[in-house]
Design a protein around this ligand. Structure first.
Ligand code: ADP
Ligand code: MG
Length: 446
């Protein structure tokens, strides 16, 4: 369920409200959800009750009600516990985990390892950089900065660094923390007059991993604190690993001096995985979960979900859940049916204008030209490519597409489409170009 929630709400919302929750029990139509604190309890009750109920009902139509109770959920691997083990509700105390580093929790999840990370052209640089960092901590690339858009494996990779470190240097201290969590703890430290404890705690860490640092944007006090911690660790030869959804220079609202430090070491990006890598990831996931699934189904999923590995996994999970609930073998027609809305969703967001704009940008021509009468070679090429993508990636009719290209006839769109398809089949350079444009469009369309 959490995997589905993650797809539905924004990342900060997911991190703040959902990540630490768990379904602990369902009895007589009442679902019990464990939440970490009172704040989360009230917020979920007020804002997300209906949303959660609806989602629960899609799994179990008997559920009528939800109760939220403060308690510690089990780990993500086994979110559902039997009623006997259900956590005891406790008073809502949000205490700061300011223990000595030796007794702190690392924040790492054991499932994110190098071994479970599939390497392909889209991520091999970031992967290689991560592997070399753990072998030469603090000296090679410091900080290591991993960036890429949502669901491409940033958290997985930087946690893998942490897990590798933990396994090999059990006496040293590693801490993984999201930037939101860092911020929250810092704010609490201010409220409780414990800023110096906070700062001491972080300075004793040997490997500090901070996820999604773009959320430091605009938080000046937090940035200042982090700046000093960063300097202390860096000077002490301690390794720092950071991630963000974009390269350092594009992060908004971060002080210049901090930004420049982000760029001291190495920045490595995660790109969209290609088809083979997507299939390999799905296959690995299926093996991990011990399930048999036909290659053509994996291929169907990988072919249609391209921009986000989390969604790719989400699709597989949905298929499994459906198959289990209905006690049916997963076959291709069923996969198509079950994933229909997921797959359609990734396409409806594109408009014809958007495609025209992106294609023209690619060919460096004025956007108006694709709608104009000109028959110049490079314009015709751009126009045909844009028509081709409009047909493939939008739901618009040929007629509508033609109209948006300076009132052209639908037969012109058919012709363009055929011409592009033929060239894709016969000319590998051309095919590469089309794939590049597709990649560009997909990156922008989310
Ligand atoms: P991000 O932090 O960039 O948003 P995550 O690291 O959370 O993305 O990755 C999303 C999901 O995809 C996770 O379940 C992760 O394990 C999986 N994943 C991402 N990249 C890979 C990969 N190369 N091999 C295997 N699984 C991957
Ligand atoms: Mg992440």
């Amino acid at each position: 369920m959490l995997a589905e929630v993650e797809l539905e709400v924004s990342r900060p919302n997911f991190h703040t409200w959902f990540r630490k929750t768990a379904l602990t029990d369902v009895e007589d139509g009442v679902a019990k959800v464990a939440v970490p604190n009172n704040f989360a309890k009230e917020w979920l009750e007020a804002k997300y009750r209906r949303f959660i109920l609806k989602l629960l009902r899609s799994y179990d139509s008997d559920v009528r009600e939800i109760t939220f109770a403060i308690g510690k959920p089990n780990n993500a691997e086994t979110p559902v516990t039997s009623p006997k083990q259900a956590p005891h509700p406790s008073a809502a105390t949000t205490t700061l985990p300011l223990k000595t580093p030796a007794q702190h929790e690392s924040g790492l999840s054991a499932r994110y390892t190098f071994a479970s990370f599939i390497v392909g052209p889209s991520n091999e640089l970031a992967h290689a950089a991560s592997m070399s960092v753990v072998k030469q901590l603090g000296t090679l690339y410091n900080p290591l900065f991993i960036y890429g858009s949502v669901g491409l494996g940033k958290t997985h990779l930087i946690q893998a660094i942490g897990n590798y470190f933990k396994a090999n240097w059990p006496n040293d201290t590693v801490l993984y923390v999201s930037s939101e969590r860092f911020t929250t703890e810092f704010v609490q430290a201010i409220q409780h007059n414990r800023v110096s404890d906070f700062s001491m705690f972080y300075r004793q860490i040997d490997l500090l991993i901070i996820d999604d640092v773009q959320f430091f944007g605009g938080k000046e006090k937090t940035q200042e604190e982090f700046f000093h911690i960063f300097n202390a660790l860096h000077q002490g030869g301690k390794q720092i690993v950071l991630s963000a959804d974009r390269p350092p220079r594009d992060i908004k609202g971060i002080e210049e001096r901090l930004l420049s430090r982000f760029q001291w070491g190495l920045s490595a990006d995660l790109q969209l995985p290609d088809l083979e890598t997507r299939i390999a990831i799905l296959r690995r996931k299926a093996v991990e979960d011990g399930i048999q699934i036909d290659h053509d189904i994996l291929e169907y999923v990988a072919h249609n979900i391209k921009s986000n590995i989390r969604e790719l996994e989400g699709a597989l999970i949905r298929l499994l859940a459906y198959g289990t609930l209905h006690e049916r073998e997963i076959d291709l027609p069923m996969a198509k049916e079950v994933l229909r809305d997921l797959i359609k969703d990734t396409r409806v967001t594109l408009s014809i204008e958007e495609i025209q704009r992106l294609v023209c940008e690619y060919f460096s021509i004025e956007e108006d030209l694709v709608r104009a009468k000109t028959r110049k070679r490079e314009v015709v090429q751009a126009r045909q490519a844009a028509m081709f993508f409009c047909k493939e990636l939008t739901q618009h009719s040929l007629k509508t597409i033609g109209l948006h290209f300076g009132g052209r006839d639908h037969s012109t769109v058919i012709h363009a489409n055929q011409s592009v398809s033929n060239q894709i089949d016969t000319d590998s350079k051309f095919r590469e170009m089309i794939e590049e444009i597709r990649h560009k469009i997909e990156l922008r369309s989310r």
